[in-house]
Structure formats: C-alpha cells, structure tokens
Write a protein that binds this ligand. Structure first.
Ligand code: SF4
Length: 328
C-alpha cells in the first residue's frame, strides 16, 4: 500500500465563507489528516476509466453514450474526489478534442455526449460554446450533458457560464453535483435559475458521504429542496474507493438501509437512484437486490450490466468527526 497522493486544498471565497458556518461543507473541502492514510481497499482508478478509454480524454463505457473530459480543473477541490489523482492534469488539446469528436461522429449509435472532468463549466465561455456547437453538428447526437459542481463551488461564475449553454440543437442537460442542503445558498439558487433560464434541463447527483449526508433526514431535506428548485434528483452515488477517501466511505449495507427509508418517505420525483459504480470499469448498477447480493465473506456480489459477477467489500463504518447538523 502506498501513501495516497496529497491533493492541494482549494476553496473559493464563497466556499470558505460557507465552510465557516456549515460543518458539512467544511468536511467536504477542508483537507483532513485522514487523507494520508492508505487502505487495502483503495483503487488507483476507482471506476476503471483507463480500461474504457479508446482515446485521450474520451471514455466509452456504454454503447449509446460517451464521456468527454475536456478539462481536469475544478474551481475547488472536493476532498472525496474519485478522480483526485487526475485533478489539475490540464485540458485536452485541440487535436485530442478533434479526434474524440471524429470518434463520436463515426459511430451513429452514440446519442449522448457527457462532458465531465474536472468541471467543464470552468472552461472559458467561448471554448465551451464552440465545443457544444461542434457536438451539435454531429447529427446522431441528441443530448449534450454537462456534469458540474460550479454552482456550488463558485455560483457567480456559474451564472456567467450559463449563457454558453444556451440554444443548441442537442438538448442541454446539466447534472449539478450537490451533497447537502447547506450548499443551496441564495447565490447557488440564482446560478441554478440561470442554467434553467438558458434552456437547460437540470438533474442532480449526490455522493453519499460519511459525516456529511449519511442520514435519512439530511438527504430528504436535500432532495426536497432540489425538487422545489426545479432540479430532479438523479443519482445518489455510493462513494468510490479513491485512495485517501476511506474516512468518507459508508458501508453499502448502510446506504441500502438509508435508501429504503427514503423510498418510504419521498415522492418519486424527489427520489434518486442509488448507484454503485463497479470497480474495474464494469459500469453502474442500481444498488438494489436486482444487482447486489450478500456474499459468504460478509461482502457483496455485484452483477454488472453484461451479467458478469464482481466482488465488492464490506466497509466498516467510518469514524466521523463532524456531525451533519447543518449550517449554523
Ligand atoms: S467537482 Fe467532481 S471532479 Fe471536481 S473536485 Fe469535486 S468531485 Fe472531483
């Protein structure tokens, strides 16, 4: 086991002010001593991007969609980041983007291009608009989806960036990464309104994190607030096994219990899918009995979309140091 890579602490002024009054935000963004601790269950490439990458910056895991990583920069560094080893690697070159778009254009079965990273909304507005226009020019692509945390990291910048997303041929979907209701400040709400105003459809993704949002009450409050803002809760991700993030891991059994309680208390509109990304690049599955079964060793067997079976370890509950008691 090697010591996890040290990720520089990076907070925007907006996050620093918010972290001062929200333990849940502080835990996500202020560097902690636990990050230097290695675990035997850490993975260098937690979701197997490299195994499914035919070209630099392009991940093709499912037949009908691709992931494009035009930048590995984010406006702030989430301490639990599953691509933390790649953060700061820089941007795709013009030649790499051209090759990736040629790859997409040559495969008409690809209907959706997902921009992630890093955070694609941190690209200069003209570059992002030009990239989206080139995606629009590929007739088989019907959806351009952007994954971003900029409305939480730097809401004023996200408001300005929203204009770059306006009026394209392919439908614009934005998956906003939000983990706690404390993140939905007035400024962040204004950024979400700007994205909606630009014509984007909004969904959310949340990572289940020990000491941040691993309770039914915290997640219910978040998902209800998102629906009220016109954002459909889409994914609740089981935390990936990136090195240096063990203190954020929630046992899969506990995540399934939380999800069961949420299912009883929230409308379908407010209920996301609880998702496990199978290590090794085998894809995402719902963490339900249809795909996940207890194994004899106390861990789990997970069935991938292609029917193959994969072991998944049982985690011990993380020793959290911060109660998820919301902003003061
Ligand atoms: S926004 Fe996503 S990619 Fe960026 S630091 Fe946070 S988790 Fe990592």
């Amino acid at each position: 086991m090697s010591t996890p890579r040290a990720l520089p602490e990076s907070l925007t002024p907006h996050l620093r002010a918010l972290a001062a009054r929200s333990p849940a935000v502080a835990r996500q963004f202020v560097a902690a001593a636990e990050e230097s601790m290695a675990s035997p269950f850490d993975l260098a490439d937690p979701i197997g991007d490299a195994a499914k990458s035919p070209l630099p910056g392009l991940v093709h895991r499912y037949p009908d969609r691709v992931l494009l990583l035009p930048t590995m920069a984010c406006a702030a560094h989430c301490r639990f980041c599953f691509r933390r080893d790649r953060l700061g690697e820089g941007r795709m070159t013009a030649a790499e983007i051209a090759a990736a778009l040629d790859y997409v254009a040559a495969r008409p079965q690809i209907h959706e291009v997902i921009l992630s990273g890093g955070d694609p909304l941190t690209l200069p507005a003209a570059e992002l608009a030009a990239l989206l226009a080139r995606i629009d020019a590929i007739p088989s692509v019907e959806v351009a989806r952007l994954h971003t945390r900029l409305p939480v990291h730097d809401p004023a910048r996200a408001r300005r960036a929203a204009a770059a997303l306006a009026a394209g041929r392919a439908a614009r979907w934005v998956a906003v990464h939000v983990n706690h209701a404390d993140e939905l400040t007035a400024e962040t709400r204004a950024a979400l309104a700007a994205l909606r105003g630009a014509g984007c459809f909004l969904v959310s993704q949340t990572v289940l994190l020990a000491g941040v949002n691993d309770s039914v009450e915290t997640l219910s409050a978040l998902f209800r607030a998102l629906v009220a803002l016109g954002v459909k809760p889409y994914y609740l991700h089981h935390p990936d096994r990136a090195a240096g993030t063990e203190h954020f891991r929630v046992p899969l059994a506990r995540g399934r219990e939380i999800m069961e309680s949420l299912r009883g208390g929230l409308s379908g509109l407010a209920l996301p899918a609880y998702i496990l990304d199978i290590p090794g690049g085998h894809g995402k599955v719902w963490a339900t009995d249809a795909f996940v079964a207890p194994a004899a060793d106390g861990g789990w067997n997970v069935r991938a979309p292609d029917g193959s079976l994969h072991p998944y370890p049982a985690d011990a509950p993380a020793a959290t140091t911060v109660a998820p008691d919301g902003a003061k």
